[in-house]
Design a protein around this ligand. Structure first.
Ligand SMILES: Cc1cc2nc3c(=O)[nH]c(=O)nc-3n(C[C@H](O)[C@H](O)[C@H](O)COP(=O)(O)OP(=O)(O)OC[C@H]3O[C@@H](n4cnc5c(N)ncnc54)[C@H](O)[C@@H]3O)c2cc1C
Length: 341
C-alpha cells in the first residue's frame, strides 16, 4: 500500500516507524526543517506507552523524564522535554522535511489518489492509496478533503508559562471554586504551568505583571513555586483561548485522520498525544492486516478506535464545563484572574 503521512509531528513520526516495522514504507511530509519543533511543557500519558515501547523510543525517553505517580516500574505519565521525544522518533527516519502539502488529488469517483507537495525544488506529485492526515489541529489535509471539523471554544481563557527551572514535584493540579483549574508540570530541564482564567484577551490577562503572576501561582499551587520563580520575563507567559476539536468522520476513501487532526482534548486532560500515538498504533496494525485494501484498513481502524477515543471526547472536563457555563459560578478568594479590584 502506498501510504503518504501528511505531517511529521509526534503522531506522524510514530506512525512512520510503526509502519516500517510492519514492512510498509510510507512517504512522510513535514513542512518544518529537520530538528525544528515548538518547545512546550509536555507530559506523556500511559495511553502512549505501548506504541513507543514497540519502536524502542519509550526506553530512551523514560530515563530523560520525571515520573508522575510512579507505580512499580511504570508511572501514570512521564514529564519530559518534548524535543527529546521528537528527536528520538525522527532519528534515521526518512522524512521529506521542508515540504508542505498544498493540494489533494481526487479520482473521478471522488477518491483521494495523491497529494501535491511544495518544497525547495518546487512542486512534487505523490500518488497514494492512503493519505494519513497527521498535520495537527488546523489540518490542511482534512480541509482539502472536505472533512468537517467541529471546534468548541471553551468559555474560559488560559494562562500558561514555561521556565528553565525544575519545580519541587513533577506534577500538581488543583480545581478552584468556580470549576476552573490550575496545574504545573516539571521535567529535568524546566517547568511549565497552566490555569484557566477569565476570557479577557492577552493584554488584560497579562496586565497585572510577572511578579503578581508568580505570587498567585506559588500561593495557589505551592509545588510549582521553584519553577514559577524561575520565570525571568513576562514574554515567558502566554494567554490563549483553548478550543476542543472533534471530527465526526475519520475517513473517506483514500484519506484518514488521526492524532490532533482528528481530535483535540481540553488542557487539563494531558491525553492528546497519548491518544494520537494510540491512533498510530491501531492504524499501523489495520494497514498491516489489510495490505491490499486501504478502505478495509480504515474501516477496521474505526471499529477498533472509536470505542477508545469517543468516550474520552464525551467525558472531557472542558465539555462538562461548557455545559455549566451559563451558571456563572464565583471564584474563591484570591483565585480570580485577572484579580478583581
Ligand atoms: C502548548 C501545548 C501543550 C501540550 N501538552 C501536552 C501534554 O502535556 N500531553 C499531551 O499528551 N499532549 C499535549 N499537547 C498535545 C500534543 O502536543 C499533541 O497531541 C501531539 O503533538 C501530537 O500531535 P500530532 O502529531 O497529531 O500534531 P502536531 O504535533 O501538531 O504535528 C503536526 C505536524 O504537521 C506539520 N504540518 C502541518 N501542516 C502541514 C502541511 N501543510 N504540510 C506538511 N506538514 C505540515 C507540522 O509542522 C507538525 O510538525 C500539547 C499541545 C500544546 C499546543
Amino acid at each position: 500500500m502506498d501510504v503518504v503521512i501528511a505531517g511529521g509531528g509526534m503522531v506522524g513520526l510514530t506512525l512512520g516507524r510503526l509502519l516500517r516495522a510492519r514492512g510498509v514504507e510510507p512517504v512522510i511530509i513535514e513542512r518544518m526543517p529537520e530538528g525544528a519543533y515548538v518547545p512546550r511543557g509536555y507530559m506523556l500519558g500511559f495511553q502512549g506507552y505501548e506504541p513507543l515501547k514497540e519502536i524502542g523510543v519509550l526506553d530512551e525517553v523514560w530515563p530523560a523524564g520525571r515520573e508522575i505517580a510512579p507505580q512499580g516500574t511504570s508511572a501514570v505519565a512521564v514529564c519530559v522535554d518534548v524535543g527529546t521525544v521528537l528527536h528520538s522518533l525522527a532519528r534515521d527516519l526518512p522524512v521529506m522535511y521542508g515540504h508542505s502539502m498544498t493540494e489533494m488529488i481526487f479520482g473521478p469517483d471522488g477518491r483521494v489518489t495523491g497529494v501535491v507537495v511544495e518544497g525547495p525544488d518546487g512542486e512534487v506529485t505523490i500518488p497514494s492509496d492512503l493519505v494519513v492526515a497527521c498535520d495537527g489541529v488546523r489540518s490542511r489535509t482534512r480541509d482539502m478533503a472536505g472533512m468537517e471539523a467541529v471546534f468548541d471554544r471553551l468559555p474560559e481563557g488560559e494562562l500558561s508559562w514555561m521556565s528553565g527551572t525544575p519545580s519541587e514535584t513533577s506534577f500538581s493540579m488543583a480545581y478552584m471554586r468556580d470549576g476552573g483549574h490550575i496545574g504545573h508540570l516539571s521535567w529535568p530541564e524546566g517547568s511549565g504551568g497552566w490555569r484557566s482564567c477569565r476570557r479577557v484577551g492577552a493584554e488584560e490577562a497579562l496586565a497585572p505583571g510577572l511578579d503578581a503572576i508568580k505570587e498567585m501561582w506559588a500561593r495557589l499551587l505551592p509545588d510549582s513555586r521553584l519553577g514559577v520563580e524561575g520565570l525571568e520575563s513576562i514574554e515567558q507567559v502566554r494567554y490563549s483561548e483553548p478550543e476542543l476539536l472533534t471530527t465526526r468522520e475519520w475517513w473517506r476513501p483514500g484519506i484518514v485522520l488521526i492524532g490532533d487532526s482528528a481530535h483535540f482534548f481540553g488542557p487539563e486532560t494531558g491525553i492528546s498525544s497519548g491518544i494520537g500515538l494510540g491512533d498510530a498504533h491501531a492504524l499501523s496494525e489495520a494497514i498491516a492486516q489489510n495490505r491490499g485494501d486501504a478502505d478495509a484498513a480504515c474501516r477496521s481502524y474505526v471499529i477498533w478506535r472509536a470505542p477508545v477515543v469517543r468516550p474520552y471526547e464525551a467525558m472531557d472536563p472542558g465539555r462538562q464545563r461548557i455545559l455549566v457555563a451559563g451558571r456563572e459560578p464565583e471564584p474563591g478568594p484570591g483565585e480570580a484572574w485577572p484579580p478583581s479590584d
